[in-house]
Design a protein around this ligand. Structure first.
Ligand code: IPM
Ligand code: MN
Length: 367
């Protein structure tokens, strides 16, 4: 039987609880589609740090590198200063494992979960491809005269031709395959007659960040020449935020840098029904990828069986898709859609009408 070895980092707060439901549903899909998953747990997170002073042992990255995928619950602990775990675990793994794509499917499954008036699942259905290794996240910069009245803080955005190009290439390839290759219905008649089937929007700030996004824009059009069916579109990041709220149906696939991607995917999470459903993948197509619910550790709900596990279940589905088990992934998504539409009262923690484990049971049974 085909077997996958997956590293499991439950992490902090409600992370382990939601991860358990993702595992439950992934195992159900594995049973149904005839493969097996061996989960390899690691105890990285706030508790371990408070006990040992160690965030990630030096051997950890090398060990994790042996897996095709890592399944992550959440990092973030109320007794640990913000930044230590985020930088020491999440960002370190993203960087050292060269997970250069942050992939965020944005799909609304039920109209009532959307805070936007008159918008339903047909309007909120796009994917954000966020560059995940560069931009403002590299830590480049520093202080001059720190602590004096003349102090200067520099935080630099790093955009390498290689980093930008590999991200764009991933986005163009994804745009080609988006919706299983079926044409995107948001295209204008003139785009269709020009042979376009999908749209890729570069989200940037070419009017102000005239170095970084000059590079992005040139690379976008150079590479885009190889993708005649992909309509190239551009939106400034501020306008993107506006349109997410006003006309989310204008988007098909969006590609952007690390910082802008961080911000716009939080707005995107809200219009798809909230952190209870939003999942993401930190992807290294040739190496070790890491899949996570976007919700964070939500410490105040820890151990109460009230947190929504659907985001973690969706992350598990994304992981199976990445591993090549696309039927299993599709079955998980279909089960999630069914359970949300037939059982779940609200996607918010404590208001689902079911407990965390019960939602996991329902989705697993539907798979
Ligand atoms: C995310 C998170 C992280 C980020 C934090 C926790 C460092 O907000 O995955 O979007 O900024 O990338
Ligand atoms: Mn974020």
């Amino acid at each position: 039987m085909k077997t996958y070895d997956i590293a499991l980092i439950g992490g902090d707060g409600t992370g382990p609880e939601v991860a358990a439901e993702g595992i439950k549903v992934a195992n159900a899909a594995a049973n149904k589609f005839g493969f097996k998953i061996n989960w390899h747990p690691y105890d990285f997170g706030g508790e371990r740090y408070l006990k040992t002073g160690e965030v990630l042992p030096d051997s950890a990255v090398g060990e994790l590198r042996k897996f095709k995928a890592i399944f992550l619950g959440a990092v973030g602990h109320p007794q640990v200063k913000p930044g230590i775990l985020e930088k020491g675990i999440l960002l370190r793994l993203r960087f050292e494992l060269e997970q250069y794509i942050n992939l965020r499917p944005v799909k609304l499954y039920r109209a009532q979960d959307c805070p936007l008036k008159d918008k339903g699942p047909e309007h909120v259905d796009f994917t954000v491809v966020r560059e995940n290794n560069e931009g403002l996240y590299t830590g480049a910069g520093g202080f001059l005269f720190k602590g004096t009245p003349h102090e200067v803080a520099l935080q630099e955005s790093v955009n390498t031709r290689r980093g930008v190009e590999r991200c764009l290439k991933y986005a163009f390839e994804l745009a080609k395959k988006q919706r299983g290759g079926k044409p995107w219905k948001g295209l204008k008649p003139e785009d269709v007659s020009a042979g376009k089937t999908t749209q890729l929007t570069l989200c940037g700030k070419t009017n102000v960040l005239t170095y970084a996004f000059d590079l992005w824009e040139r690379a976008f059009h150079e590479l885009g020449a190889n993708y005649p069916t992909v309509k190239r579109d551009y939106a400034h990041v501020d306008a993107t935020c506006m349109w997410f709220v006003k006309n989310p149906e204008w988007f098909d696939v969006i590609v952007t840098d690390n910082m802008f991607g961080d911000i716009i995917t939080d707005i995107a999470a809200m219009i798809q029904g909230g952190l209870g459903v939003a999942a993401g993948g930190n992807i290294n197509p040739e190496g070790t990828s890491m899949f996570e619910p976007m919700g964070g550790s939500a410490p105040k709900y820890t151990g109460q069986n009230v947190i929504n596990p659907i985001a973690a279940i969706n992350a598990a589905g994304m992981m199976l898709d990445f591993l090549g088990e696309s039927q299993a992934a599709a079955a998980i998504e279909a089960a999630v859609v069914k359970i949300i539409n037939t059982k779940i009262q609200s996607l918010a923690a404590g208001k689902m009408g079911y407990g965390t484990r019960e939602v996991g049971d329902l989705v697993a049974a539907a798979v």
